[in-house]
Design a protein around this ligand. Structure first.
Ligand SMILES: [Zn+2]
Length: 780
């Protein structure tokens, strides 16, 4: 007894030890299901292992009082601000860091220096000017004065897009410090130089739309994770910002309409009686009410006021502040009910965006607030604004989008759905990162990826068959199977991302959609995702807080999923390598003998035998039959007495149930799966039967946990399988569908023949007729 146990123990021990004892390569655990403990930061009192803010979580606060004015002649923005900075950290601070984002456009900006250039055949003068950052444009924040609240000069140092203010006395935990900055900058021509904000002048009427963004010196984030987040602003990595309250006065030409973050404090000073009355109507309306009509805006375009008006706005608990201003603005609004609270959904747009913007923009804003509130938190701000500015950029309560039809009012489906999608997307950014305030300077996916995922949900709730660009697994396949040199993992800093849109928008949005529809299921996913939004609303989450919350609230171990989808560039490609049909040995000597003989007789003949038969060769034994003995007539496959005895014994051991099972028809298939792409994923396999019916089976990804290259699975069926199909509904982003079939299926693609020299058929939306224009022509 003792001896034999010892033997087994030794044997077991030696087997287990072999992979670790031999070969250094095997020593590091590369298992795809290894927990992420080595990648994620150690939980602490600020951020817990559950992914929630910890008991001692803290964050800073910065309140702003700003007076700004637009000089329409010089395209210049002047500003004076008072910042009150609250040190809620446990530490004492001796200096503060302030962001001067406009310095990205200064002539000595690193943005232009580190940009790689190559001269292409079609390079134009603007592109040449852009190489040196438009030297004729004097960009950048001009800092005129930095003082304490009572006017004492403060020592400051500017390091490119960051400015350090040295505090006169250390700022202790729990204290606050107020300081003032006077500044101005020259607003950039947005169409010429690009940029999130700037001005656009319309050649036809000479008027301008200003979209004013990253416009005032703003506090950098100081937190438990990084200390100061003062990574320079280079252009791609967006913003890391502190929450606070804003009191902003904006002075503009008196015929301008201002669209802004926050709530208007002085409607009596800036709106007409009619405008105020229409605004009150809009609050109670379930359809957009036009507050400034196209006719009224067109009338204003003809003259330019020389006096000014000051618009006073206040916003609470926002991480930023932006506004638009123009005499071209048409303005509409309606009240949206968010769990009993009325939020004003509003749009501002030039006549060039009508009739498209007027019909859809405010509806799209309202739709976004409703759908996002369902999946995250109730929209907490009083207004949500969409401004047409031929771009796509987001700020708290306000965003700038595109959507201009042709001059005849028609538009292609690309413009229509592109516009609705960009409005949903930019309004959606209110939730990520304006409220769930992630660090955009470091991680683009944390706001763009999560937002693009919610955008997909909202698009699919807009109309049946909405042509969503990102979200469906199938749409990410071309990116996932692209050149590995041209891909970076999602967990890469914003400035080093290759294929920005696919990496930080498309791939994470698809990954979340796959989690929701395929891996976790809607119930578990939606609960966990909402939990993340609730935990981190008005706080500063990091990637680990998201990963941990999704697992903590669902009881689904997703470390393998984050590891594969977020930390690697591997793709999903599972192949049905082989299918072996297994037939049951009945052990009935008569039946089995007949089967074996048939198998033997069906073996192909050897070539020598065939040729000998053709030659009619006569063998020696045929010539001399006396050479034959017992073995010349013996067939080893004939059943013998021993076989019959064994069969009897076997039969006697079977019970009724076993016998019934044996009497019915069964098919047994061993299917070997190969992981060609590297990414471990669930195996979703459809068995199609000879009678036309089918059955879909879902095998969790953990089947790969012992071997992530080849696994086998046995399927026992009562009907014969004619076809095995992997991922029949295309839900895993498998990049090669050819190996998803067993037996393999030739892939069919269409081709057309043209007479030589004939033109290719043309499609719309390339400067040619759009479908609305074609339909009009057909009617005539
Ligand atoms: Zn975005």
């Amino acid at each position: 007894m003792t001896n034999s146990i010892k033997k087994i123990a030794i044997l077991f021990f030696s087997v287990v030890c072999i992979p670790f004892a031999y070969g250094q390569k095997e020593f590091y655990n590369n298992n795809k299901f290894k927990q992420l403990d080595e990648e994620l930061p150690t939980p602490n009192v600020y951020r817990t292992g559950s992914g929630a803010p910890g008991a001692e979580y803290w964050q800073q606060k910065a309140d702003y009082v700003i007076e700004a004015s637009i000089d329409e002649k010089l395209h210049r923005l002047n500003g004076k601000e008072t910042v009150t900075y609250f040190n809620n950290s446990p530490e004492t601070l001796t200096y503060l860091w302030i962001q001067l984002d406009q310095n990205m456009r200064a002539t000595d900006s690193d943005t232009y220096k580190i940009r790689q250039n190559k001269i292409k055949k079609g390079t134009n003068i603007n592109q040449l000017a852009a190489i040196d950052g438009f030297p004729e444009y004097d960009g950048g924040h001009k800092i005129q004065k930095v003082t304490t609240a009572d006017g004492q000069d403060l020592k400051y140092t500017i390091n490119k897009t960051m400015m350090r203010i040295d505090l006169p006395t250390p700022l202790k935990s729990g204290e606050n410090f107020a300081f003032k900055i006077d500044w101005y900058y020259n607003i950039n021509d947005r169409l010429l130089m690009g940029g999130r904000g700037g001005y656009e002048t319309f050649a036809e009427d000479g008027n301008t739309i200003y979209t004013i963004t990253q416009w005032f010196p703003r506090m950098a984030v100081y937190d438990d994770f990084n200390g100061w987040q003062h990574k320079q602003f280079l252009g791609n990595g967006e913003f890391a910002l502190t929450f606070g309250d804003y009191d902003v006065k904006i002075t503009v030409p008196s015929d301008h309409i201002v669209a802004s973050t926050g709530e208007l404090q002085n409607p009596d000073d800036v709106l007409t009686a009619t405008e105020k009355q229409r605004f009150e109507e809009a609050k109670k309306s379930d359809k957009p009410v036009v507050i400034v009509t196209q006719k009224e805006a067109e009338k204003k375009e003809k003259t330019q006021a020389s006096d000014t008006k000051t618009w006073h706005y206040k916003a609470e608990n926002v991480r930023d502040f932006a506004f638009g201003s123009s005499r071209k603005f048409i303005w509409d609004a309606m009240g949206v009910d968010i769990n009993g609270k009325t939020v004003m959904a509003m749009s501002y747009y030039p006549k060039e965006a009508n009739p498209l913007y007027g019909q859809y923009s405010t509806e799209a804003v309202a739709h976004t607030l409703e759908v996002y509130s369902k999946y995250t938190i109730d929209y907490p701000y009083p207004v949500a604004i969409s401004v047409e500015a031929s771009n796509g950029m987001e700020y708290p309560m306000i965003c700038f989008n595109y959507g201009r039809p042709e001059k005849d009012g028609t538009y292609s489906p690309r413009i229509k759905y592109g516009m609705i999608s960009v409005i949903i997307h930019e309004v959606g950014h209110n939730f990520f990162p304006m409220i769930v305030n992630s660090d955009e300077r470091q991680w683009t996916w944390m706001d763009e990826g999560l937002n693009t995922f919610c955008q997909y949900l909202a698009e699919q709730e807009w109309e049946d068959g909405y042509p969503s660009r990102r979200g469906p697994a199938e749409n990410i396949v071309p990116y996932m199977k692209g050149e590995k040199d041209n891909i970076t993992p999602i967990m890469t800093n914003s400035e080093s991302l290759k294929q920005f849109g696919n990496n930080a928008y498309g791939k994470p949005a698809t990954a979340l959609n796959i989690l929701r529809e395929t891996i976790m299921g809607r119930e578990l996913f939606d609960y966990a995702f909402k939990e993340y939004a609730q935990r981190w609303a008005f706080k500063h989450p990091k990637p680990a807080d998201f990963y941990r919350t999704m697992e903590d609230a669902s009881a689904v171990d997703l470390d393998w999923f984050w590891r594969g989808w977020f930390y690697t560039t591997e793709a999903v490609d599972i192949s049905i390598k082989n299918v072996i049909v297994k037939e049951l040995d009945t052990q009935d000597p008569k039946a089995e003998s007949a089967k074996q003989k048939a198998e033997r007789d069906n073996q192909p003949k050897q070539i020598t035998t065939i040729h000998n038969e053709e030659e009619k060769l006569v063998t020696r034994v045929e010539k001399r039959p006396e050479l034959k003995d017992f073995y010349n007539s013996y067939d080893p496959l004939d059943p013998n007495i021993e076989d019959f005895d064994n069969y009897k014994k076997y039969q006697s051991q079977l019970n009724k149930k076993d016998k019934a099972w044996l009497a019915s028809k069964h098919f047994v298939y061993q299917v070997d799966f190969e992981n060609v792409g590297g990414l471990v994923m669930p195996i979703i396999i459809e068995l199609q039967f000879e009678d036309g019916s089918s059955e879909k089976k879902y095998i969790p990804a953990e089947i790969w946990k012992m071997d992530d290259t080849v696994v086998s699975k046995v399927f026992v069926t009562e009907k014969e399988v004619t076809q095995f199909v992997l991922d029949p509904n295309r839900e895993t982003a498998d990049i090669d569908t050819e190996n998803n079939y067993y037996p393999r299926k030739p892939e069919v693609s269409r081709f057309k023949l043209y007479k030589s020299g004939a033109n290719q058929p043309r499609t719309y939306d390339s400067g040619r007729l759009n479908p609305m224009q074609k339909a009009k022509k057909n009617k005539k």
